[in-house]
Design a protein around this ligand. Structure first.
Ligand code: FAD
Length: 380
């Protein structure tokens, strides 16, 4: 067993850490407050190869492994989870799905530009009446021979306005249940495609979350991903990998809050000594450190499983379930360690606490992860 990172992985981790400190940290508080999308920062992440990390260089990607991707997600999320979610969706849900299941024409047309960060993608599964129960898709795609006609509403879509291409799941044959769902590549410019208002969120406020409406949108048949009826499987396979990205995001949020808390505890004095010398505070740091390390092992193990070609449904669900809980617990304690300063924006930990919550909700809530885990461990 080898717990060490390769030289290349360490280099990528350092590049991400430097970028986060130098280019994400300045303005992160203002972007959060104004709900401003990190446009310039996303462009820079494209230049650094962070937008298509695991994509083959033949298609404009960086050709790296999933462990490297997790390391980058962790470093970015220590500072700005609004920026890291853009990376996560583009890498895990859009580029990966397209590379794994798209045809050559789709890869040439969309994947290259997505992987290079020239354009951003979005993944559209959730609907007002189909969240955890994603099989209840109400969006329909009627087969009209050489094209489909798409009608319906998606909600909670990350990169909702900033994306140029959207992978949209829709029901093509209601009688077939989830086997009658397909995934389509939809261009922003297609007539009848309408972007709803931006959500005013608790956390990850810099990311743009929108509902989307499809009113008789004509989607060419060549934009369907995979064989007829493959859409639900496509979504589930893609989300299993996505969970590694979100687990790494949660890990980064926790680690960022811990690092700030440790520094603060060594500086802030109360009762004539640095607060780190009060055991109640030191023990909080001990718990944080231990839980973060445990989350880190789960996240890296899930990434490693994917890189080894192992099934990662179980390990990615466990990593997301645990890391997101650690993100919540750690950030709450980080605010406590900062006292009154923890309650104001300048010290960053209140934002990390707000950002942590979403990691227990999107790409499958914690309850859904427990369903995945329990089914997996009791199967035989
Ligand atoms: C900021 C943000 C960004 C998002 N980005 C995207 C995106 O890019 N693309 C996309 O498609 N979706 C996105 N989502 C949607 C997200 O994936 C869903 O919100 C999530 O899957 C939960 O669905 P829901 O909100 O409908 O909750 P519900 O499914 O209504 O769940 C409500 C509660 O019931 C629980 N519950 C439901 N079913 C069960 C069950 N069987 N057993 C036990 N408990 C259960 C849930 O865990 C939850 O606690 C995003 C959401 C947010 C808030």
């Amino acid at each position: 067993m080898d717990f060490s990172l390769s030289e290349e992985q360490i280099m990528i981790q350092e590049a991400a850490r430097e970028f986060a400190q130098n280019e994400l940290l300045p303005g992160v508080i203002e972007r959060d407050e104004a709900q401003r999308f990190p446009t310039e920062q996303v462009k820079r992440m494209g230049d650094l190869g962070f937008m298509g990390m695991m994509v083959d260089p033949e298609y404009g990607g960086s050709g790296l492994d999933t462990v490297s991707y997790a390391l980058v997600m962790e470093e970015l999320s220590k500072v700005d989870a609004s920026a890291s979610v853009v990376v996560s969706v583009n890498n895990s849900l859009v580029c990966w799905g397209l590379e794994a299941y798209g045809n050559e024409q789709q890869k040439q047309k969309y994947l290259k530009r997505l992987a290079m960060g020239e354009i951003i993608g979005a993944f559209c599964l959730s609907e007002p009446e189909a969240g955890s129960d994603a099989t209840s898709q109400k969006t329909t795609a009627l087969d009209k021979g050489d094209h489909y006609i798409l009608n319906g509403t998606k909600n909670w879509i990350t990169n909702g306005n900033s994306a140029s291409v959207y992978i949209v799941m829709a029901q093509t044959d209601k009688d077939k249940g989830h086997k009658g769902i397909n995934a389509f590549l939809v261009d922003k410019e297609m007539p009848g495609f309408e972007i709803g208002p931006k959500e005013n969120k608790l956390g990850i406020r810099g990311s743009d979350t929108h509902s989307l409406n499809f009113n008789d949108v004509k989607v060419p048949k060549e934009n369907r991903i995979g064989e007829d009826g493959f859409g639900f499987k496509f979504a589930m396979k893609t989300l299993a990998g996505g969970r590694i990205g979100i687990a790494a995001q949660a890990l980064g949020i926790a680690a960022g809050a811990y690092e700030l808390s440790k520094k603060y505890a060594k500086e802030r004095k109360a009762f004539g000594t640095e607060i780190v010398n009060h055991q109640a505070i030191a023990f909080k740091l001990a718990d944080m450190h231990t839980q973060i390390e445990a989350a880190r092992f789960l996240v890296y193990k899930a990434a490693w499983d994917k890189d080894q070609g192992n099934n990662y449904d179980l390990s990615s669900a466990m990593a997301k379930l645990y890391a997101s809980q650690v993100a919540m617990d750690t950030t709450i304690e980080a605010v406590q360690i900062h006292g009154g300063n923890g309650f104001v924006k300048d010290y960053h930990v209140e934002r990390l606490m707000r950002d942590a919550k979403i990691t227990q909700i999107y790409e499958g809530t914690s309850e859904i992860q427990k369903i995945v885990i329990s089914r997996s461990i009791t199967r035989d």
